[in-house]
Write a protein that binds this ligand. Structure first.
Ligand code: NAP
Length: 519
């Protein structure tokens, strides 16, 4: 607040909030990709708002031992910023973080980012056709367009296990790793056996005195074949034009083939299931442990995990797998429902994240003050994975139904970024005053998605040989709102153009500007 004066009396003068044409929320893969493509297309008037103090998103948050990508690095990177120097086929977290930081520095994005600025509320102003962004510290900004690139999985899910708060030793989530806690020679419990846990377990097992793995559901595990990238391959990627693109295309097609099993020919999954069971049999000789580690649901229903060292870690002398449900946590122990109490010094919660729902993180109020939290009370729903009816000029990267279980999410992000650029083109050419998807277009799109899910491995109706599972792919309302139910290529194809007919007509938008909220 600035103070002015009227008739000698000081009067408060409200200072105009800082305006930016495009506000990007988040500086992870999505936010950086959006920013770079804006620059490349000559759009310089944007600001990135980042709640933390650095670039990298999930690759800045997750620093647990063994953290690495489970999609090959030559594919899990921007198509427009390829790095010939990846050290391994599946690069470790510090290398991925360095890649993102280097990419941000190359495009001088530090000049366009506001770190430590968490946007907690968005209000659409129909008359002014702009968003007001409110930060956690109360400061406000305005923007014509908001691109929320806040990531799909970053809010830790801390399980509600009785007694967790009474545990005397360190207990922390995998995404909030306590590097100050020395695990050497201690009794460590890892709760969960998902993508994070299967990387943590082999990494810490050699150092700890005892490792207790609390498994609720066994994952399907396939070999990762992680290895160093040879010097000559790196040379070829750098020196031979097209070599890295060709390698990337092959990796892409190999990953895409898995979608055939998930969405078209479930019988294909039988082949991969046999491969997984033979990996298990090769490493785990004890029949009881092998039985405990054998999944009872169809592969793909939960994320398929890739690891070369998970099963070998579980058969170490100092590792024990417990499958009995956890009854409670005591001051120095974990007690399971079978009446056994196991003493532990440290607990690692590898229990995953709350599934994508920005409405729970940011109070988003769209046309006429409607709240996204209310609109999504029955589960998140969008159009093309990033637009929501009633919320003009708001794009949510990695929004509902744009996740993947089989291929690189960076590919999906790039398709979305290109679609945002196409929508900006419609705004700039004057063909649309605002970009807002029509309700009926969004409804029809989601009905098509629901029909498509019927044929997939994720549909819990699970007929015949398909056995369902509980998965974070399903939202609390039971809808499959996390995944795209098909090939990533079909998503890319769908988003290659933005069609004006999908959006609220100019005349409707104009009547709102005049204060008429009738649609
Ligand atoms: P997750 O896949 O959701 O796994 C959570 C684990 O915790 C599951 O085994 C779950 O068992 C268990 N769990 C949850 N609550 C529990 C409770 N109350 N008691 C006992 N067990 C409990 O989480 P995540 O491993 O962190 O991975 C999440 C996602 O992050 C992945 O799917 C992936 O998309 C991403 N990720 C990617 C990489 C990568 O390399 N790119 C690495 C790590 C994570 P149930 O299965 O029975 O629910």
């Amino acid at each position: 607040m600035r103070r002015g004066s009227l008739g000698g009396m000081p009067t408060p003068v409200v200072q105009a909030a800082e305006h930016t044409r495009i506000a990007i929320l988040g500086a992870g893969f999505g936010g950086l990709g959006m920013a770079i493509r804006l620059l490349e297309t000559g759009r310089h008037d944007f600001t990135i708002f980042e709640k933390a103090g650095g670039f990298g998103g999930t690759w800045r948050d997750n620093t647990y031992p063994g953290c690495a990508c489970d999609i090959a690095s030559h594919l899990y990177s921007f198509s427009f910023e390829q790095d010939p120097g990846w050290s391994r086929t599946y690069a470790p977290q510090p290398e991925i973080l360095r890649y993102l930081e280097r990419t941000a520095a190359k495009h001088r994005l530090d000049e366009r980012v506001r770190f430590n600025t968490e946007i907690v509320r968005l209000d659409w102003d129909d008359a002014g056709r702009r968003w007001t962004l409110t930060a956690a510290d109360g400061s406000t900004f305005t923007a014509d367009v908001v691109v929320a690139a806040v990531g799909g999985l970053h809010v830790p899910r801390v399980p509600e296990i009785p007694g967790l708060d009474r545990f005397a030793g360190p207990a922390f989530h995998s995404a909030r790793w306590r590097h100050d806690v020395d695990l050497a020679g201690r009794r460590v419990a890892v709760i969960g056996t998902g993508a994070s846990a299967i990387q943590i377990i082999p990494a810490i097992a050699p150092a700890v005195a005892k490792l207790l793995v609390f498994q609720r559901t066994p994952p399907w595990v396939l070999p990762r074949h992680d290895r160093p990238v040879s010097g000559w391959a790196r040379w070829a990627f750098e020196k031979i034009p097209g070599a890295q693109r060709l390698w990337r295309a092959l990796l892409y097609l190999e990953s895409e083939a898995i979608a055939l099993g998930f969405t078209v020919w479930p019988w294909l999954l039988g082949h991969w299931q046999r491969q997984s069971l033979s990996l298990l049999a090769r490493h785990v000789r004890d029949p009881a442990l092998r039985e405990a580690l054998t999944p009872s649901y169809t592969m793909g229903c939960k994320r398929v995990l890739l690891s070369d060292d998970y099963y070998p870690a579980l058969v170490r002398d100092n590792v024990e797998v417990s499958t009995a449900p956890i009854h409670e946590i005591r001051e120095h122990a974990i007690a399971t429902a079978d009446g056994v109490e196991r003493p532990v010094d440290v607990i690692v919660l590898a229990t995953g994240f709350r599934t994508f729902n920005p409405a729970t993180e940011i109070d988003i109020r769209g046309h006429g003050g409607r709240r996204l939290a209310d609109d999504w009370a029955a589960g998140p729903e969008a159009y093309n994975g990033l637009l929501v009816a009633g919320y003009p000029n708001l794009f949510m990267l990695m929004g509902p139904n744009s996740g993947l279980g089989h291929n690189s999410i960076v590919f999906m992000l790039e398709a979305q970024v290109r679609y945002v650029l196409a929508c900006l083109g419609l705004l700039e050419s004057g063909r649309l005053p605002v970009v807002e998807v029509r309700e009926e277009v969004q409804r029809a799109f989601n009905e098509t998605l629901r029909r498509r899910f019927h044929r997939t491995v994720w549909e819990a109706a699970g007929t015949g040989a398909r056995r369902p599972c509980s998965t974070w792919y399903r939202d609390p309302a039971g809808r499959l709102s996390a995944l795209w139910p098909g090939f990533s290529a079909s998503y890319w194809w769908r988003l290659r153009r933005a069609h004006p007919r999908d959006f609220v007509a100019a005349s409707t938008a104009a009547s709102r500007t005049m204060g008429d909220s009738h649609r």
